[in-house]
Design a protein around this ligand. Structure first.
Ligand SMILES: [Zn+2]
Length: 282
């Protein structure tokens, strides 16, 4: 079916050029292989989207290779024969949940994927720039690429994260612009390489909580803090207060000798019963 001619909104040419440029960078920096990966960007505050089509290598795109889709994934414009990527549902889920996001990049960064296969999390407090610009990066359970499983895998995470690892598969990074989403991808792969190298060298301790707290203040000052930060950095890095709030953590309850004594009695009673049961056996 031939698509009706569509007048290009102001700025569309620049956005097409930006996507083509970033596609070349992603390929040149080995962040995708073959025809893998996909990029989308909003053409206006409420959509439609400019998107890389299915089956074309991201390193060799021309501006008129890009297609236009609406926020339900319907093809609105594009050269004959070009179709939306099978990963579009994952992108649409991001735009549905995040009005602040202007662009989404899905790639296959090798070290990120290798660490996810090895079961090594990127949600560690070890790289200052990663803490500031990415926060703690979650890893989804494995989901079949190009299926709706990927959309479901990121649905519970994308509201509170700008970078996600897709286990055994790749990455999803978002930003206000295509360039910002790409920069997060670069930082993600760079962080993964450092973590992999440090593990090969025997590893080392994470940053202490007071240093992580300072980085979280910088993250908040740059407007990058996400809703899940407070709880996640408490669990992963021991920074158990909001950035800028230096209230001391609640003290641990005092040692209770009576409780210890009761526990010892309980252990003794269980041991007696086990011994009794064993001795009673024919
Ligand atoms: Zn993929």
């Amino acid at each position: 079916m031939a698509l009706a001619p569509r007048p290009a909104p102001a700025g569309e040419g620049a956005l097409r050029a930006e996507i083509v440029h970033i596609g070349r960078l992603i390929h040149a920096r080995d962040l995708v292989d073959g025809t893998a990966g996909n990029l989308t960007a909003r053409l206006g505050p409420r959509g439609p989207l400019l998107a890389t089509p299915s089956g074309l290598a991201k390193g060799f795109l021309e501006p008129d290779d890009l297609i236009v889709v609406d926020l339900d994934g319907r093809l609105l414009a594009g050269r004959p024969g070009l179709q939306p990527t099978s990963e579009l549902a994952m992108h649409l889920e991001v735009y549905r949940q995040r009005p602040d996001v202007g662009a989404v990049v899905h790639a296959h960064p090798a070290t990120v994927v290798a660490l996810s296969i090895a079961g090594i999390s990127l949600a560690e407090c070890v790289i200052p720039e990663a803490i500031v610009f990415l926060g703690l990066v979650p890893t989804t359970p494995y989901a079949t690429p190009s299926s709706d499983e990927n959309r479901r895998a990121i649905a519970g995470l994308i509201g509170s994260h700008d970078a996600i690892v897709l286990q055994y598969h790749g990455s999803l990074t978002v930003g206000g612009s295509v360039t910002e989403a790409y920069q997060r991808l670069e930082t993600l792969e760079h962080t993964a390489r450092i973590i992999a190298l440090s593990r090969l060298l025997g590893g080392g301790p994470p940053l202490p909580p007071d240093q992580v707290a300072k980085l979280l203040q910088a993250r908040a000052a740059l407007g990058l803090a996400r809703p899940a930060d407070t709880e996640e950095f408490c669990l992963a890095c021991g920074v158990c207060h909001a950035a800028g709030d230096h209230r001391p953590r609640p003290a641990l309850p005092a040692w209770d000798d009576t409780a210890v004594e009761a526990e010892e009695q309980l252990v003794r009673r269980i041991a007696d019963r086990v011994r009794h049961a064993l001795l009673d056996k024919p």
